[in-house]
Design a protein around this ligand. Structure first.
Ligand SMILES: Cc1cc2nc3c(=O)[nH]c(=O)nc-3n(C[C@H](O)[C@H](O)[C@H](O)COP(=O)(O)OP(=O)(O)OC[C@H]3O[C@@H](n4cnc5c(N)ncnc54)[C@H](O)[C@@H]3O)c2cc1C
Length: 243
């Protein structure tokens, strides 16, 4: 027998889940490298959802109320299918879920919801980010197919692993630097402006909060107006479950 105090949070969770979460099924899991997983989700509940590149999808990775945020690479609202690339960086409920998730598992999601307002992506795009930004880069590349591809600069833990994941997504990066090479990492940020192809270039900064700050300052130092910079922190040391 459960006490009223124990039942109340469960009831609250169930009501929250029923009202706000979409029920999906894990259609496929591809382990692209040691830490990267390409995950396909499907379900009638995804049909008709509004989505654009840059939107986020929150996945319930543990109960209760424990969700982690991912970026759909593609979203087929007609068939109710989407794909995300997850990076199991280390310790955390999101990383744990990525390591244990299997095809056939049930998966509840919240969203998709707007996160980065990328607009029509008609002009040139320069993207700076890390492992957590690969899905976004792939979504942007698909949206820009037929035009100039986005110029992508990534700072990562392991270049070899990152290149495997980027290859699986069909993203050709302009530059990949390892975080441990601090000199090269900061240099890449300092030279980010030179990836642009004209005044209309949109700079999209995602990933680690501190790197975004550095990149924004460097771009401003080179005269890039704030209106041409879009930024969204995907994680920050010491902070959990950013959305
Ligand atoms: C809008 C948005 C879109 C995102 N899209 C994606 C995506 O498509 N794919 C993806 O893999 N991630 C994506 N992320 C990032 C992901 O949600 C975070 O990395 C999340 O914190 C991981 O959850 P966790 O439970 O493993 O770690 P948490 O419990 O959240 O954090 C535990 C510790 O790990 C640190 N940490 C978190 N992420 C990283 C990291 N990447 N590298 C090193 N340390 C880290 C935290 O700072 C904290 O100290 C996105 C985030 C946002 C806000």
């Amino acid at each position: 027998m459960h006490s009223t105090e124990e039942r109340r949070p469960r009831l609250l969770e169930r009501t929250f889940d029923r009202l706000l979460l979409r029920n999906t099924r894990v259609a496929a899991v591809e382990q692209v490298s040691e830490r990267f997983r390409l995950i396909a989700l499907e379900g009638d509940a995804l049909q008709g959802a509004a989505w654009a590149p840059g939107h986020k999808l929150q996945v319930k990775v543990a109960g209760p109320f424990t969700a982690r945020t991912f970026t759909p690479i593609v979203f087929d609202a007609e068939r109710g299918r989407t794909r995300i690339l997850g990076y199991a960086h280390g310790a955390g409920p999101g990383s744990d879920w990525l390591r244990r998730v299997r095809a056939g598992d049930a998966c509840q999601v919240f969203g998709p919801h707007r996160s980065l307002a990328l607009g029509d992506l008609a002009g040139p795009v320069v993207l700076h980010g890390d492992e957590t930004s690969f899905g976004l880069a792939a979504a942007v590349a698909v949206a820009m197919a037929g035009g100039a591809a986005p110029r992508c600069v990534f700072e990562v833990e392991s270049e070899a692993e990152a290149r495997l994941a980027l290859k699986a997504l069909g993203v050709e990066p302009a530059l990949v630097v390892e975080r441990r090479d601090e000199l090269r990492r900061v240099q890449a940020i300092g030279e980010l402006w030179s990836q642009c192809s004209g005044d209309g270039t949109l700079f999209v900064l995602t990933g680690r909060a501190q790197s975004i700050q550095q990149a924004r300052q460097a771009l401003k130092g080179h005269g890039v107006p704030s209106s041409r910079i879009l930024a969204k922190a995907y994680w920050a040391p010491g902070k959990t479950g950013m959305d």
